[in-house]
Design a protein around this ligand. Structure first.
Ligand SMILES: NC(=O)c1ccc[n+]([C@@H]2O[C@H](COP(=O)([O-])OP(=O)(O)OC[C@H]3O[C@@H](n4cnc5c(N)ncnc54)[C@H](OP(=O)(O)O)[C@@H]3O)[C@@H](O)[C@H]2O)c1
Length: 269
């Protein structure tokens, strides 16, 4: 099996590299703690943060905005996501994006994603509007989330100026469903994965196989779980925490790799 040893991953076709591990911001309990966690993450080189207009009804973006002001805009890669219902009306998308940027306190995001596909709005329409969002200078790159192969195919043929650089999808060592079809497709098409819920909301922590394997490397179950993901080409991940000690733990998932034998063992887990 091919093992990707890089801790900064290619962002789609852009030639730009992003941290293999960034921070998620869903379900923030304490905004001050989250700001502190993001600042620590950036200090350790985990300089990518994921948020969405939906998280906490915009309050997660406000929290990320506070962190951006502390670390400096140029030192952090910002992804946010727009709800699909907005795409019924182009103006609603523009209004939503403008509100997100305002909450984040920035003029331009690094990456804006369509949060998920919906039955009654075509992917083609979504892509046309996303290209206009990028044209307007509201984001450097565009992408999608929760798209399957069919959605991606439809997206790729309906873009004229921009590429889809990211598809943010659920992926963890305990939920490897994307490995069958979606991940190979994305690698072939150079679309970067942002793996969400990589810790299964804490469920990986007490997994006996991961704990035991971690002992061999003097690593925790969480570090093994994250290392598994980023060993795959084009895979980055965005575990959420608002605790500085856990940010330090995530950092410890970088700079080494599980052996091929152990990766194959986890594939069968
Ligand atoms: N695009 C989408 O549709 C989508 C869907 C879901 C999530 N996401 C994004 O992906 C991010 C990550 O996914 P997620 O938040 O669903 O789940 P996750 O990252 O798998 O788990 C986060 C949860 O696990 C806890 N945790 C972290 N480290 C831990 C440790 N060492 N021991 C015990 N608990 C630990 C965190 O609590 P503490 O904060 O207390 O550490 C938090 O409650 C989200 O925050 C969001 O940005 C995107």
């Amino acid at each position: 099996m091919y093992i990707d040893y890089s801790d900064r991953k290619e962002l789609g076709h852009t030639g730009e590299k992003i941290s293999a591990i960034g921070l998620g911001t869903w379900n923030i309990r304490d905004s001050d703690n989250m700001v502190e966690a993001i600042v620590k993450a950036v200090e350790l080189g985990l300089d990518m943060v994921d948020t969405a207009e939906m998280y906490g009804d915009g309050s997660a973006e406000e929290t990320v905005g506070r962190a951006i002001r502390l670390v400096g805009r140029d030192n952090i890669f910002i992804t946010t996501k727009i709800m699909p219902d907005r795409f019924r009306d182009e103006h609603l998308v523009f209004r939503a994006v403008e509100a997100s940027l305002k909450r984040l306190g920035i003029k331009e995001a690094d990456l804006i994603l369509v949060h998920w596909p919906v039955e009654d709005i075509s992917v083609a329409r979504m892509m046309k509007i996303m290209e206009k969002v990028a044209d307007k200078g509201y984001t450097r790159y565009i992408g999608v989330s929760n798209f399957q192969v069919d959605h991606l195919e439809e997206a790729l043929v309906n873009l004229s100026k921009y590429d889809i650089v990211v598809n943010q999808v659920r992926y963890s060592v305990l939920d490897k469903s994307i490995e069958d079809r979606l991940l190979p497709y994305m690698i072939r098409n150079k679309i970067t994965v942002q793996a969400y819920t990589p810790l299964e909301r804490g469920r990986v922590v007490n997994n006996k196989v991961l704990i035991k394997m971690g002992r061999k490397y003097a690593k925790t179950s969480v570090q093994v779980a994250l290392n598994y993901l980023i060993s795959h080409q084009y895979v980055t991940t965005i575990p959420k925490t608002e605790r500085v000690d856990r940010v330090i733990e995530y950092k410890g998932a970088l700079g080494w790799r599980l052996s091929e034998e152990d990766l194959l063992r986890l594939k069968r887990l």
